[in-house]
Design a protein around this ligand. Sequence first.
Ligand code: IPM
Ligand code: MN
Length: 351
Amino acid sequence: MARIAVIPGDGVGAEVMAPTLRILQALDVSEGLGLVFDTFDFGAERYLATGVGLPAGQLETFRREYDAILLGAMGDARVPEGAHAREILLGLRFGLDLYINFRPCRLYAESLSPLKGKREGQIDFVVFRENTEGPYTGIGGSQKPGTGDEVAVSTELSTRKGVERIIRAAFAWAQKKGKRSVVLGDKSNAIPAHQLWLRVFREVAAGYPELEARHLYVDNLALQLVQRPETFEVIVTTNLFGDILTDLGAALVGGLGLSASANLNPDSTPLFEPVHGSAPDLVGQGRVNPMAMFLTAGLMLEELGHPRTAARLENAVLRAIRAGQVTRDLGGTLSTTGVMEAVLRHLEAPA
Ligand code: IPM
Ligand code: MN
């Protein structure tokens, strides 16, 4: 049995979560996975009503009683600067110490890429984004805010332990999956503190002689990702650079409507969320692309120990894409529900 905490969240969160739960329930029935879902109403509505994003003691409850957290989206214009999104999303990432933000970028169909002549599967890399440090710790602030003398300082934190564990995770995964290379993206030419990343990368790489370890400054990495994305398999990078590179990666393979992510720590309760946000402009129209959320649920199934079911789900999404059964962002005409129905049909069809 696996207990899953479901947080639909804000905006289109509920619209992508509902069809995802339908699909998970169908898989549960056909494969006897024993999935149990509990829904939590964390998000802007509750925050505005109570001032609380993540209730006290919630992290402990998630840690003790749940095998996974599935989150739709966070973000609402009524909450200034996304305070509740930070409290909830970053609260979960940091509070549960989910140091790996695992974000795959895979091209499912040639037509989805804005790059010319990239065939299906030719772009296929994973970003290991550090997820508990960097400038995201909130260390810093503004002096004399609102004055002409305002000085805003933000400290980017990198600890030896934090850097080492994400780099080790990337190498271990690359080896397990039979990949050939791991690329580090940093900015150690301009930011001396990033030399820690480079040093640890070389140290860890020495333990994996069969893997090619390449180091790129992150600006050059961004350039190469566009010019020759097929040369990347595994990228490991800082929290902020990973944030930026994974939006770039999403753009290479069809946009945020297809980008999944997993926040992991082998000793904690993992959190699964699509890379996209709450897309307020799409709310209530029934046309948001649910595939990123489906693929995110696939990452969850894999993590829960059901890799064959996860592959079955990914394959069903792939078939729907091939059949043109997609929403408008991917050039189709289907509604959110229409895409769900298509994926459900492909799940039933023999492999
Ligand atoms: C993401 C988002 C978040 C991040 C925001 C909403 C804080 O952009 O998950 O990529 O920067 O990590
Ligand atoms: Mn982002």
